[in-house]
Design a protein. Sequence first.
Length: 120
Amino acid sequence: MTEDPARAIRATNVFAANCPSRRVLDHVTSKWGVLVIVALAQSPMRWGALRRRIEGVSEKMLAQTLRTLEADGFVLREAQPTIPPRVDYSLTPLGRGLADRLIPLVTWVGNNADEIVGAH
């Protein structure tokens, strides 16, 4: 039997100000956080490829977002001992699970954005 979503939310107490999920929600629902997770779901990428893929993100915001998602356990940063240095980013299993949930949301937003934005 599938668990009731409302019951699951109450069980984790995400509405409480001191719930640790609030910090995680802040990180994974930020505009750049969502886009980084979805981009890395397509394939592992180097920093420059991510910056080109996610148009409009500044170097500072991309670096900050990657650090945050790595600290949260969603992104794996692998530095290769080459000259020049090569750093690859990929999703961890936890990040893959998150991506599996974010991709339908991003798809829905993309399919409905014109209608939503056009209404204002």
